[in-house]
Structures are given as C-alpha cells and as structure tokens.
Design a protein around this ligand. Structure first.
Ligand SMILES: Cc1cc2nc3c(=O)[nH]c(=O)nc-3n(C[C@H](O)[C@H](O)[C@H](O)COP(=O)(O)O)c2cc1C
Length: 381
C-alpha cells in the first residue's frame, strides 16, 4: 500500500465533464433487453459499478436501429420509448458520483445471432425469435461475415445517408437519456468497422475503395453525432487498431487524426472482429494488457487521449499503464463482472481511499468505523 497519489484515482477532465477517477467500466452486452429497452437487470448491473466507485460506466453497445441488433436481447435507442429506462440508470449513476457513457452501435452483417450462452451463431431465420419477427441484415457489401451467416443487403448510397441520420437520432435520444459521454463503436467487425475494412467493403461509390472513402461513413457519423451531442460533453470512438484482415495501425493513425478533427476526445483501443478468429489475442494468447500498445501508439500519434482495454485486471497493472503514459483511462471488462467493486478495492490496494470515501455512506461510513476500531482496511490475507 502506498500513500502516493496514484494516477488511477486522480480526476480526469474532458470538456465540461470531470471523472472522479480513471477507472472505466468497459461496454459489455447483457443480452437482456426487451424490444431494445433496458430492464431491471440493466439497472442492477450498472448501479453496482457506480456504488463500487468507478469513474465512468459504459452501457453495452446500444443499437441505432432494429436492423442493427446482434441478438434479440440487445439494447436499442431507435425509439423514444427506449429513453425512460436509460434515464433512470443515468440519474442513479450521477447521484452516486459516476459518469455514464453510452456506446452506440449497429451490428451490420453480424446481426441476427443467438445469445452467447445459447450458441452465439446465426439464428435460424425460418423460426420466429422469441415470438418476434427477424430483422433484415445489412452491410456495406453483399459479403457474409462467415459461412452460415446471412448475406447482408448491401446498403445503397441513399441508405448509407439514412444510416448516418439514424446515428444522429440515437445521439439525440442519448442526450434525453442523460448520458455524459457518447462512444461510437467503430470496432469488433460491426457496421462502422465493416465500412473501414477492405475485406468487408467492396463498394464502388464514395463509401468504398480508397482509405478516404472507406473512412467516410465513420467520419460522417462522427460529425453528425458531434453536431447533436452537447459541446461540453466528450465523444469517444472505439477502434479495432488492427484486425489481421487488411486494417493496419497505419490506417488507425490516419483515422484517429481525422476523428480528432471531427471533435472526438478519446480513442478507445481494441482490436479484431472483422472475421472469426481474427482478434489479436488469438495470436498473443492470454496476455495481460495485450492491447495497451495500441492505446500508447494512437495516443502518441494522434494526440487524442486514449483508453486502454483488454485483460487489465489489477490495480498496480492499471496504475503502471497510466504512469507509463500509455493511456489516460483504463477500461475494465470481465474483471468488473467478477468484482463490481473493483475501483473501491483498487483504491484500497493503492492507498488512495483510506477513509472509504469512494463508497456511498451507506457502506463507507460503517467500514471506516470498523477500521477506526482497529480492523485493517482490507481483510487479512
Ligand atoms: C459479456 C461481454 C460483453 C461485451 N460487449 C461489448 C460491447 O457491447 N461493446 C464493446 O465494444 N465491447 C464489448 N465487449 C468487450 C469488452 O468491452 C472488452 O473490450 C473485452 O472484454 C476485453 O476487456 P477485459 O479483458 O477487461 O474483459 C464485451 C465483453 C464481454 C465479456
């Protein structure tokens, strides 16, 4: 335990928003929405991370239109009726000191799959899904994600323009839902990434061909979202920095610089997803912080703030990433599922919160009282 002031627990300012610390809950789909709307499950899921001390809590990938649903349980924001349950969540997060982030997405040609624990593969489109109609699968070109996946309808140029508008409308609803941060999901082989990819995008109009043309969809979405998103609130962009299928770090650097010019504040650095089996992790194996070098390089080359993600599990590990200048924020995914109080526990470990002030008084007051009576801050190991 140290009494230095760890960077992990120093506030971070982005435009008009000050995060109480640098711990971010990474977007994680719960497959538990009903007709796109958040349920009590989501409320309980997000609430725990705010109570547990995180600085910024991201929603899962929320779909901008029904055709963008990966699974039938994905969250959506294509209808004003989907705003209210999200508002309840963002209000709770704010009351407990955590900023709220929404990740907007469209699954594109990867739409129409089963939940992971129900097989994850493409749905049998001959059978209604949980009593609901299937949805059309769309993409930049009529090329399926993998054998067995549907061949997507290739969006016409006009339909691409309509897509950009769908993202803008979802951003408008996200403002009404009270989110502090908006992230564009441009990674993991979903629609935005599909447009970037020379493998998935074989278009011959202004949205395909050269790198500038393949980036056009991502940049038009970013501009449209930024025009609606309040100027005092930050926009993040999640990128697959490399995808092993033709998208390279050199491309990512070009895109990141363009995104900065469009008003993006943070580049969230992931990888892979355009084709099955392509994630970088499959090459490097289960290596702690396997994507941190992408955050470091894009931070250096684009002058954007960066967020690192991917097997960041320990307090000292997260602190070293920040101290080393690789990233400004660390996003924690699966380890947050194991321990939703990860931030509070990391603060204990780093000596950043000796009085349990990061916890709400309903919990923290009692733990501080117990500590004063002589019990150690953390249980003896
Ligand atoms: C259950 C689950 C759902 C996920 N859903 C999303 C998602 O909606 N959007 C996204 O960008 N990444 C998603 N991811 C990826 C995570 O955000 C994160 O990048 C990945 O799990 C690596 O970080 P970790 O090792 O800390 O878990 C998901 C991961 C998990 C485990």
């Amino acid at each position: 335990m140290s009494d230095q002031h760890p960077m992990l627990f120093q506030p971070f300012r982005l435009r008009g928003l000050t995060l109480r610390n640098r711990v971010v809950v990474s977007p994680m789909a719960q497959y538990s929405a009903e007709d796109g709307a958040a349920t009590d499950w989501h409320f309980a899921h997000f609430a725990r991370f705010a109570v547990g001390g995180a600085g910024l809590v991201f929603s899962e990938a929320v779909k901008v239109e029904r055709r963008g649903l990966g699974t039938v349980g994905d969250m959506g924001l294509w209808d004003d009726a989907q705003i209210a349950p999200l508002r309840r969540i963002t209000d709770f997060l704010r009351r407990h000191g955590a900023a709220s982030g929404i990740q907007l997405n469209h699954a594109g040609r990867k739409a129409g799959t089963a939940r992971p624990w129900e097989g994850f593969g493409p749905l049998d489109r001959a059978v209604p899904i949980e009593g609901r109609a299937h949805w059309q699968v769309v993409g930049p070109s009529a090329i399926s994600h993998a054998p067995g996946y549907p061949v997507p309808h290739a969006l016409s140029t006009n339909e691409v323009v309509e897509q950009v508008n769908a993202w803008a409308q979802a951003a408008r609803r996200a403002v009404a839902a009270g989110f502090d941060v908006l992230e564009i999901h441009g990674a993991h082989g979903y629609l935005v990434h599909q447009f970037l990819s020379p493998e998935a995008n074989r278009r011959e109009d202004r949205y395909g061909g050269s790198l500038a043309n393949r980036m056009r969809f991502a940049l038009e979405i970013t501009e449209a979202v930024r025009a609606i998103w309040p100027a005092d609130r930050p926009v993040f962009f999640r990128i697959s920095a490399v995808d092993d299928r033709g998208w390279t770090m050199a491309d990512s650097i070009v895109l990141a610089r363009e995104l900065k010019a469009c008003g993006v504040d943070v580049i969230d650095c992931s990888s892979g997803g355009i084709a099955p089996g392509s994630p970088t992790a499959s090459r490097t194996g289960l290596q702690l912080g396997y994507q941190v070098p992408y955050a470091a390089e894009l931070r250096r080359e684009s002058a954007l703030a960066s967020m690192a993600v991917g097997l960041i599990v320990g307090a000292a590990q997260a602190e070293a990433i920040l101290q080393g200048g690789s990233a400004d924020l660390v996003a924690i995914g699966r380890e947050m599922l194991r321990d939703p109080f990860w931030a509070a526990h990391a603060a204990e470990e780093l000596g950043a919160d000796p009085g349990f002030a990061l916890l709400p008084p309903q919990y923290g007051w009692w733990l501080e009282r117990r500590r004063r009576s002589g019990y150690p801050v953390s249980p003896p190991s």
